[in-house]
Ligand binder design. Sequence first.
Ligand code: SF4
Length: 153
Amino acid sequence: MIRVFPRLTNMTPRDDLSFIGYPPLIRPEAEVVHISVTFTWDLPLALDLAYAWSQYYPKVEIGGPAYRPGCLDFTPGVYVRRGVTFTSRGCNDNCPWCLVRQYEGKLWEIRNFAPGYIVNDNNLLHFTSLGCSSCASLNSGHFISQPSFTSKN
Ligand code: SF4
C-alpha cells in the first residue's frame, strides 16, 4: 500500500512506499493509495493529491487525523515514521488553541502501547507526573532502543 503525505515533517515515514505530494514519474506498483492528512489546512491539497494519484492507481482513499479527529488507532511505521510510539492520549489541560482535550478527553494511558524509541505523546511531562506504568516501562527495557522524547507543546 502506498501512503502519500501532503507535507514532509520529522514524523513522516521514509520508506519506498511513502511519498510526499504528487506522484513521481517512476511509481511502484500498488492497488491502493492512502492519502494521510494530519493538518486541516492541508485538506484542499489532499483532494488535489487524491485526484492526481487516482490517474495511476485504481483505489485512492483519504484519511488521517484531519478527517477523523479522535481516531486513536495507531500502527507503528505506517503513517508515522518507524520508531514512533504513543503511550498516552488526551490531556488534563484544556488550552483554548488545542483540540487534544476535545477529541481525546482527559489524560489516559495506553496499556499495551507499541514498542518504539520516540515517544510522541501530546503531554508526556504531564503524564510522567502521574507515575504511570508506561514510565516504568522506560526503565524496564520495553523500548527497543535509547528513548528520545518529543513534545508537541
Ligand atoms: S496537549 Fe498541550 S496544548 Fe493541548 S491541551 Fe494539553 S497542554 Fe494544552
